[in-house]
Design a protein around this ligand. Sequence first.
Ligand code: FRU
Length: 489
Amino acid sequence: MNTMLQKANVYVEKNALNRKELKWYPSYHSAAPVGWINDPNGMCCFDGKYHLFYQYHPYGVTWGPMHWGHVTSTDMVNWKDEAVALAPDMEYDKNGCFSGSAIAHDGKMYLLYTGHVDLKQEKPEDKDRIETQCLAVSEDGINFEKIEKNPVMTLENIDYAFGGHFRDPKVWKHEDMFYTIVGSQKDEVTGQVLLFSSKDMVNWQPVGVMASGEGNQGFMWECPNFAEVDGKDVMVFSPQGVNPEGRRFLNKHQSGFFVGKLNYETGKYEHGKFDMLDYGSDFYAPQIMNTPDGRVVMIGWLDMWDRDYPEQEEGWAGMMTIPRELHIKGDKVVSTPVKEMEILRNEHIEVSSVEVKAEKQFAGMTGTAFELVLEADMANADEFSIKLETLANEEAVLSYDKKIGVLTMDCSNCGTTPKNKREVEIALTDNKLKLDIFVDKSSVEAFINDGERVMSARVYPMKPFNVVFESDGTTVLNNADFYTLNSIY
Ligand code: FRU
């Protein structure tokens, strides 16, 4: 093991937090043993296990020189910490092993990641960065060797990319070729994604621009990902600098998708409109992977850049979303929790055909880690809310306003939670609102109407939540299932 990597692993082992004792540390989401994390990286299946890597700065609770942290799982629910996989120890990645992806091939696992060199640190007057794509290979899925020939992709001889932003490669195989897309800029105000092809993952040929922005679609497209979902080619990406439009694009940066068709001969990608993958305040840089049983599964960073991270006082910052299965419905990508999440269900409180007029609570619907699945009939109500309230006078509220067809997640009065309120338009069929809500210590993820829309947010209550239902007319809870969820730690 090289020294920087060794140092990181020794540090993590020595300083690993006692996760169960921390107020806001998730009990069933993947997060780091100590320190800062951001993007998920390198999601793949190798040797009978799911592998998930992440952007990692073990030595502090803020972003710093990026390593790759690593967890594995046999069910996408129980995650086991593995050794830190990559450290920024080469000339070409000396300021960070930035985001990237993984692929299993010929019994080995290949990580394709961005080597980041920050030129401003040495010569502030120079252009700001050099980013190249680099390969690391593993036989056992735990120990990785960076190859001699790194970097394997550079912007040299590419005249259709602007500036030095060139990062976050996503590799996949199509027929007998490997393809990679990399995030880049077309000019100062337009993001784009570049396509490369290769027979061996070492020698790459630029194919061209696979997609680029039009109008209000941001200046830099980070973390492009790509997979076939229900017969359509889906590109997921995270544009920086999209301006707010009404209820949409209110976060600092966005994550969304195109649905379309890639022509592998020409490298052109015909696609529909840009839409968001998650309408909550905290979701970024998602990655997608194909599972051996044919699903496409996405995990995102359940956070957002440049806000307060109250968990820093506990010695950690950042967590992953739960894994979400993607499907196409009409022209949209919908996402639902992977079915494996049911493994965690423990105590069950079930109510059915109950009228909610004004406020209603059910004994036992309280806790810090739970799932609430419900169907509400709003035929005789204009508004229906689920309030997550605490004894410390905090609340996170989900409410549906039928008159305008909008669901709101309001976290503006929830203790130390950075104040935010997000809304999403969603129509009801037969007046029925369906919700699958996951709460885990400092997060809420709400899947609305079978994942047609999703809202995720970090919340930082001082006390456990009590579930309170409220309706302005009469809402009938056709069914509401509350499950406490077991801890994976
Ligand atoms: C996205 C991102 C990536 C980059 C990584 C650095 O959140 O900015 O573009 O590779 O984070 O940590």
